[in-house]
Structures are given as C-alpha cells and as structure tokens.
Design a protein around this ligand. Structure first.
Ligand SMILES: CC(=O)SCCNC(=O)CCNC(=O)[C@H](O)C(C)(C)COP(=O)(O)OP(=O)(O)OC[C@H]1O[C@@H](n2cnc3c(N)ncnc32)[C@H](O)[C@@H]1OP(=O)(O)O
Length: 215
C-alpha cells in the first residue's frame, strides 16, 4: 500500500481544529499549521510546527504534500476559495477529508478537496463537488448535486434530488425540500425551511428570535 502524503493545514481556527482532530485520529501526519495568529491555546495543535505566512507553504514541494483548507466558510466569505485557487495554480492539491464516523454511500461521489465532517451522511447517487464542506451531522439525501465551494452547515437536511450551483451557503439546521435548484452564491439562513428554488445570490431568511430589552 502506498504511503499517504503528509499534510499542511491552512488555518488555525475552529474549522481547522475539527479537521486536525479527524485527520490525527486517522493517523495522518500534519507537517505544519499555517496561521497568522497565535494558536498555542488550542491543544489539538500541540507538537505541530506553526508557520505564520501563506508563502511558508512554498518551502514544501507541491508533489510532496497535500494541503487541507481549514478556513471556515460563512455567508458571503470568499477567502476559502481564494486560498484554494492560489495554491491550485501553483500545482498543489487539496486532500479530500472524510471523517471516520461519516457515512458516505459507495454509490455517491465525493470530489477532490471536499470535506465530510463527523456524523454527516451522503446517500446514494449524491455528488459532492470540489472543495465543498458537508459539516457535522448534515444529511445529503439521494441524488443531490452539491456544487463546488459550497458549505452545508451542521445538521442541515437536504432532501432528495436538490441541485446546488457553486458557492452556495446552507445554514445550520436548515431544511431543503426535495427537487429544488439553488443558484450560485445563494444562501439559506440557519433554521430556514426552503420550499422554493433560489436564483443567483438570493437569500432565504428564517424566522428569528425576537429579543427585547428588560423593562
Ligand atoms: C461549525 C459552524 O459553526 S458552521 C457556521 C453555521 N452558521 C450558520 O449557519 C449561520 C448562517 N447565517 C444566517 O443564518 C444569517 O442569519 C443570514 C445569512 C441568514 C443573514 O445574515 P446577515 O447577512 O448577517 O444578515 P443580517 O442579520 O445583517 O440581516 C440583513 C437584513 O435582513 C433582515 N433580516 C434578517 N432576518 C430577517 C428575517 N427573518 N426576515 C426578514 N428580514 C430579515 C435584517 O433586518 C437586515 O435588514 P437591514 O439590512 O434592513 O438591516
């Protein structure tokens, strides 16, 4: 069996910690964490060299390592995609991460650089495109197509045959009924129930808590 390449983890925040936890648990070697900020308070990174500039990645030959993008994705944020494109252009590849307790059908397709986190489920016929995050306990039902650089946040439920373009954001615990189409950069807020398709850039706002000042 060929030895898996060591990893460089980009980012030192919460998403990077979750990925490090998954990868170290799978016996993977992380050669460095790249983060401009202090990371010593995060115990998961103990013993892993810390480098502070993106350019520090260039000291590792592109064919000797795989990169893992540990930058989280919030609505409207483009940093994650920009970092990927910068290093893909320089010939680096991004590891595909699948947590050991995620369940991905052998008839689903997970493309390069995608990240399927703990407890997530991806059912038969689904396609998860490049560099997309399927976050903790999210459910991707049968025959969905989740576009590249999309984020399906924790516990979201995407019913069967939903098709998403690139850069879509599905908030935590949102539910999308079957067969919908979501255009590029569309957003479904946390907890929303989406029953209609969204065009490019459209946002579905969920009902929200109303918090009043004390009288
Ligand atoms: C592991 C992890 O933690 S992963 C992270 C998971 N996080 C999430 O899933 C969070 C996803 N984000 C959300 O759900 C957000 O609430 C969003 C994307 C829907 C909206 O966020 P923002 O873009 O910041 O919107 P914001 O709260 O500023 O509201 C924008 C406008 O819409 C309005 N708006 C907000 N909610 C509603 C609503 N339910 N109905 C009508 N209008 C609304 C606001 O009043 C505001 O109007 P204004 O510009 O006139 O003031």
């Amino acid at each position: 069996m060929s030895r898996q390449k060591p990893l460089i983890l980009i980012g030192g925040g919460g998403h990077a910690c979750v990925l490090a936890d998954i990868l170290l648990g799978q016996g993977r070697e992380i050669l460095a964490v790249i983060c401009p900020n202090e990371i010593s308070a995060r115990g998961i990174f103990a013993g892993i060299p810390h480098l502070t500039r993106d350019e520090d990645i260039l000291q590792f030959a592109a064919d000797s390592v795989l990169l893992v993008n540990g930058i989280g994705m919030l609505p409207h944020s483009t940093l994650r995609r920009r970092i990927n494109l910068k290093f893909l252009e320089k010939g680096y590849c991004f590891e595909t991460v699948i947590a050991s307790d995620a369940k991905v059908s052998s008839f689903a397709e997970v493309k390069s650089g995608a990240q399927i986190l703990n407890g997530a489920r991806v059912h038969t016929g689904a396609v998860i495109a490049e560099h997309t995050i399927i976050n903790t306990c999210a459910l991707i039902e049968h025959d969905c197509h989740i576009g590249a650089y999309t984020h399906v946040a924790p516990k979201a439920t995407v019913c069967g045959e939903v098709r998403m373009a690139e850069d879509v954001y599905i908030g935590a615990n949102a539910t999308l009924i079957q067969g919908l189409m979501l255009g590029p950069k569309s957003i479904v807020g946390a907890g929303a129930i989406l029953t209609q398709s969204l065009n490019e850039g459209e946002i579905c706002f969920p009902a929200r808590s109303l918090i009043k000042e004390k009288i």
